[in-house]
Design a protein around this ligand. Structure first.
Ligand SMILES: [Zn+2]
Length: 370
């Protein structure tokens, strides 16, 4: 049964941190009338057949015949309503991945979408598109950074049609700028071959790897004090992380620049879009920096870098604070890998705000950090 193969391939990548963090990514399998796509907020590592939402492909196809309002909020909620209506009978309790539409239009039985740090070193870099062409020629295509959901699916659909007309076959690899990669194949073996190719070809271009030696998770004195203060400010929990790479980044504000904003939607969802960099280590200084940050951004920071010390994750729960640090470390990897492709490139401010305000993403972070 192919649903079993779908579960197997989902867990295969879901349990490998080189491919998946915090459950990020999604997978699907389809036949001619049903799409089985992972439910939103469910970790790939722990999926079972029931984790997939059965969707009516004819109903999904009809979404393309409709015209939606231009304003993003109204449009996304109308598309979401139509997507929910495309669930098959008995699936009403499930919420499909926000990328279900995109899964549906890719003409492959299996589709695996992931956000590996190595891949994002390419997709979040200044020379990403040019480098992709050098590495993959026309075996892959590039989708410029765009808001997820309907607009992204539409852009991929257009690119897909163009590619099909030009090369007479669909491309199996799609890189999404500041987001990740989609791979499609007729079998799970085909998917694995594609990912081996993607990871080894990009890996061969990497000139420097992040140095995560010397990891410190807790230490006495200042770290204990600051952890307590930040946990209180976040109304929950805080955790500390430092290693050689992070120590170099927190030397001063300038050295922190490569990780000072958001690379992908996942980074925003779990680690926030704006890390706080604090020169101050005293309680008063930190409280002041926290207050200024809220005034400037309208929300609590989830990552707090303290000069000369390391980074703290702070959030409402211990799990969320831990995830913030995990995604920050992923951002560090992305920044280091991007050095090999002309240096890091963040999402634009508009794109960052779209994610910060997106109901679908709020749902997702709510599900997976509880
Ligand atoms: Zn994604």
């Amino acid at each position: 049964m192919s649903i079993e193969a779908l579960v197997e391939i989902s867990r295969f990548y879901g349990t490998n941190p080189d491919y998946v963090l915090a459950g990020g990514g999604n997978t699907s399998w389809k036949d001619s009338d049903t799409l089985y796509v992972k439910g939103s907020g469910i970790a790939l590592a722990s999926v079972v057949p029931a984790s997939f939402v059965k969707m009516d492909r004819n109903a999904l196809a009809r979404i393309w015949e409709k015209s939606y309002l231009k304003a993003s909020d109204e449009r996304e909620s109308a598309v979401l309503a139509d997507m929910m209506a495309a669930r098959k009978a008995g699936e009403e309790q499930k919420r499909p991945s926000v990328e279900a539409l995109l899964h549906d239009i890719l003409p492959f039985a299996f589709v695996v979408h992931l956000h590996p740090a190595l891949v994002n070193g390419l997709t979040c870099s200044q020379r990403g598109e040019a480098a992709m062409k050098e590495i993959f020629d026309h075996k892959a295509f590039w989708i410029p950074s765009t808001n997820p959901g309907y607009i992204l699916a539409k852009q991929v659909k257009t690119a897909m049609e163009y590619y099909l007309a030009k090369y007479s076959k669909p491309t199996a690899i799609i890189f999404l700028q500041n987001h990740g990669v989609f791979a499609g194949a007729e079998s799970v073996e085909g998917i694995k071959e594609l990912y081996v190719e993607v990871m080894s070809k990009i890996g061969a271009m990497i000139r420097r790897k992040p140095d995560f030696a010397g990891e410190i998770r807790e230490s006495g004195g200042a770290v204990v004090e600051i952890t307590r203060t930040l946990a209180e400010l976040a109304g929950g929990s805080a955790a500390f992380l430092c290693d050689h790479e992070i120590a170099a980044l927190v030397k001063d504000r300038t050295s922190f620049a490569p990780v000072s904003s958001a690379f992908t939607p996942d980074h925003i969802v779990y680690a926030g879009s704006d890390p706080l960099f604090s020169e101050a280590k005293t309680e008063t200084g930190l409280r002041e920096a926290w207050k200024n940050h809220i005034q400037k951004t309208g929300r609590n920071p989830k990552i707090i870098a303290v000069q000369g010390l390391g980074v703290f994750g702070a959030a409402a729960t211990e799990k969320a604070a831990g995830l913030a640090l995990e995604l920050f470390r992923d951002a560090v990897k992305v920044a280091v890998y991007a050095e090999s492709f002309g240096g890091p490139r963040f999402m634009t401010r508009d794109q960052i705000e779209f994610i910060n305000n997106w109901e679908v993403e709020r749902f997702r972070s709510g599900v997976s950090t509880k």
